[in-house]
Design a protein around this ligand. Structure first.
Ligand SMILES: [Zn+2]
Length: 499
């Protein structure tokens, strides 16, 4: 089976063939760091995190680049409002972004360049475009001449006439065409500024992404991703600048765009006042429930992040979590011995695990259809629950082996999507370990008390007092603390109280 991806450029699914066999170069537009990110941005980073994870699972060596736009009008305005320096604002929200991504268990990029650290490369590109006649300077600003680039509009499928009719363009007498866009902006007093052949100024947003992606990935790299709202003008402009500068095409082999986020069937937007921040959601819902919600819809479709959808995702997440609990509890039973003789039913079940894996891969190979892939995961969980119910009535000799195989398969498929991820469990345990040394005003922290309870639980299990051990786990779960029994001991994680 080959992997098919939907390319916004061709409006169809294409067989994925990277520039270099076995390797994928991937660029995703990073945040403009002037605010906490909302779930609309959050969705994009979750989507491309899963695409990246799946490509790695498929055996590709992925180089994932995602920038920080740390110089921009929005940052300058925010700094003015708060009486701070733009650089301060950028660093503050960059740190907040990293925190949110960690909390969502999004893998950090391999390279995360800041725009302000790539300025010489941008100036070089702009100069090249001026030299070739694709750009012109007026009073310290430099504009890209859209009419000089024949393919302008090929990504968004709009002609220059459509654009002029569709967009409200500020009238700027100095521009040759109203759609010409700024590559370089002369700085006003008090704004961040860099020396350039056109005087002191700063780069426009579009050139930043071209310069950074080309610098790290080179012309013709494999995947450029971002939200649908970036198709025009941002990505259209990136193509024009990059291909005009290089004198070759394509800039990018596959353009991938994720759909919008709605809140209770309304588009999430500042003007409607229904913006939801990632960090607000994570106060109420486990990160994996948010991830599950994001992946239950195909990435190109719109998605609803309203409270009802979130509650439903939480319940779905708990169904999966309970399946893991039940499997662990079954395998942790005292005196459980395994014999290799499987029943006919068990042979068929074990075979079906491979079938689940195959169907999961087929779904993901079809333009990363996570909605279908998650459907496969839930079907498998249901099968396993049924099997455990059967074991309540009559325990078969090979049951521990079959249950363990089923659990491994379920966990493997979840992990490919970043769900129940071992890194997340480990990071949580590390965090807990580090803070367990601390006390607040001499009073032990919650972490230390939890560790103490788990110690007691381990002793109870050793003494075969399973009711006590189960009681501790159940009561902790009610408080929002999930305990997993792993081969090498117990791990706990704060996942929020269950509804
Ligand atoms: Zn970009």
């Amino acid at each position: 089976m080959s992997l098919a991806v939907y390319n916004t450029m061709s409006h169809r699914k294409e067989e994925f063939r990277p520039r270099e066999e076995g390797k994928v170069g991937m660029y995703v537009c990073g945040p403009t760091v002037y605010n906490y990110i909302h779930v609309g941005n959050g969705r994009a980073y979750l989507v491309f995190d899963v695409i990246r994870r799946y490509l790695s699972y498929r055996g590709y060596e992925v180089l994932y680049v995602q920038n920080f736009t740390d110089v921009d009008d929005k940052i300058i305005n925010r700094a003015r409002e708060e009486g701070k320096e733009p650089g301060e604002i950028a660093l503050l929200y960059e740190a907040a972004f990293l925190e949110d991504m960690r909390a969502l268990n999004v893998k950090p990029p391999d390279v995360a360049p800041r725009a302000t650290e790539t300025i010489p490369r941008m100036i070089e590109m702009i100069q090249g475009l001026v030299d070739k006649g694709y750009a012109y300077a007026v009073d310290g600003d430099v504009f890209f001449r859209v009419e000089s680039f024949e393919g302008y509009g090929k990504l968004s499928g709009r002609s220059l006439d459509d654009m002029r009719a569709g967009e409200r363009v500020e009238v700027d007498e100095r521009k040759a065409n109203p759609m010409d866009f700024a590559l370089w902006k002369a700085s006003k007093p008090g704004e961040p500024a860099w020396d350039s052949p056109w005087g002191k100024g700063r780069p426009g947003w579009h050139i930043e992404c071209s310069a950074m992606s080309l610098h790290y990935l080179g012309m013709g790299f494999d995947i450029h991703g971002g939200g649908q709202d970036l198709v025009f003008p941002h990505h259209e402009n990136e193509i024009a600048q990059s291909e005009a500068f290089a004198g070759t095409e394509p800039f990018v082999r596959y353009w991938l765009h994720n759909g919008f986020v709605n809140i209770q069937e309304e588009k999430m937007s500042k003007s409607l006042g229904n913006i939801i921040l990632v960090r607000e959601i994570l106060k109420k819902y486990p990160a994996d429930a948010v991830r599950l919600l994001a992946l239950q819809t195909h990435y190109r479709n719109p998605i609803d992040f309203g409270p009802e959808a979130l509650e439903e995702a939480r319940r779905a997440y708990e169904r999966l979590e309970n399946c893991f609990f039940a499997l662990d509890a079954f395998m942790a039973r005292p005196g459980l011995r395994t014999a290799p003789q499987r029943t006919q039913r068990e042979v068929a079940l074990s075979d079906s695990f491979f079938d689940f894996e195959r169907r999961f891969e087929e779904a993901m190979d079809d333009d990363f259809n996570t909605a279908r892939a998650i459907g496969v995961i839930f079907e498998l969980a249901k099968e396993l629950n049924t099997y455990l119910d059967e074991q309540e009535r009559y325990q078969t000799p090979a049951a521990p082996m079959v249950a363990s195989h089923g659990r491994d398969t379920l966990l493997k498929l979840c992990n490919i999507l970043g769900l129940f991820s071992p890194e997340a469990v480990e990071a949580e345990s590390r965090g807990a370990g580090a803070s367990s040394e601390e006390t607040s005003g001499g009073f032990p922290t919650a972490e230390r008390l939890i560790e103490l309870l788990l110690e007691v639980r381990a002793v109870a299990r050793e003494n075969r007092q399973f009711e006590t051990a189960d009681l501790i786990r159940t009561r902790l779960r009610e408080l929002g603390i999930r305990v997993d029994d792993l081969r090498d001991g117990q791990r706990w994680k704060y996942v929020g109280p269950s509804a």
